[in-house]
Design a protein around this ligand. Sequence first.
Ligand SMILES: O=C[C@H](O)COP(=O)(O)O
Length: 255
Amino acid sequence: MDKANRKAIIAGNWKMNKTATEAVELIDALIPAVKDANCEVVICTPFTTLVTAVEKTKGTNIHVGAENVHFEKSGAFTGEISADMLVDLGVEYVITGHSERRQYFAETDETVNKRTLAALNAGLKVLVCVGENLTQREQGVTEELVRMQTKIALNGVTAEQMANVVIAYEPVWAIGTGKTATSDQAQEVCAAIRKVLGELYGEAVAKATTIQYGGSMNAGNAEELLGKPDVDGGLIGGASLKADAFATIVAAASK
Ligand SMILES: O=C[C@H](O)COP(=O)(O)O
C-alpha cells in the first residue's frame, strides 16, 4: 500500500480555545468550507465544546475528537474524563501524548501508553503524538527518541487495533512558533516512524498507518509538507482556529 491508498487525515487541535458560542461560529463556517474534502476532516475540541461539536457536525463529513483522555474507566480522578464518557457523547477521536500535555502536565511515555490503550479499548480512534524538542534535535537523537516514544506509546496495542491508530509527528520546536520543519525533515522522521511500525507490526500495518506532521502547518506550507511520501496528513493548531486557513489545508490534502 502506498500513500495514495492510505487515509489522509487533517485534524484541527483547538487546544484551550473557543467558548461554546465561538465554537458554533467556527463550525458553521467550516461545514461548507470542507464539504468537498477528499480526506478525513477531524476537529479536536476542548471538553466543554464536544457536545456542541458532535451535535453541529451530525450529517456532515467532519469528525469530532477530544484533546486528551484519562486511562481509568471511572473513579476518584478529579478533573479527568474517561474514554467511555467520550464515546457516550459521540466523540470518535482522541489525541494522546501531545507535547503540551507532556511538558505542562507531567505526562510520560508510560501514561501516554495507558491513555492510548484505554482509548482504543473503548473504541476510540487515537492520534498519538511524538516528537523531539530543540535540544534533542541538536543532540542528534531525534530518530532514537521518536522511535522510543512510538514503541512505548504502542506497547500492548495489537496489529488489529493499529487500524484505529494515527501517529502525529510534532517536533516541539515547531509547535506554535512559526518555525515549520522543512518538508525533508518531516519526511525523514515520518519515514523513521513508519520503519519502527514495520518492526513492531510488519510491513502491511506500517504501510497502512496514517502518519501526520504537526507544527506550524498552515495554508502556505501545507501542500509542500503533504506532498512528501510518508506525510499523510496534518495535526493543526493555530491554523485550525480559522475556517479559511483550515479549509485550505484540507484542500491541499484532498489533491
Ligand atoms: O496539535 C497541534 C500542534 O501542536 C501544532 O500546533 P501549531 O499548528 O499551532 O504549531
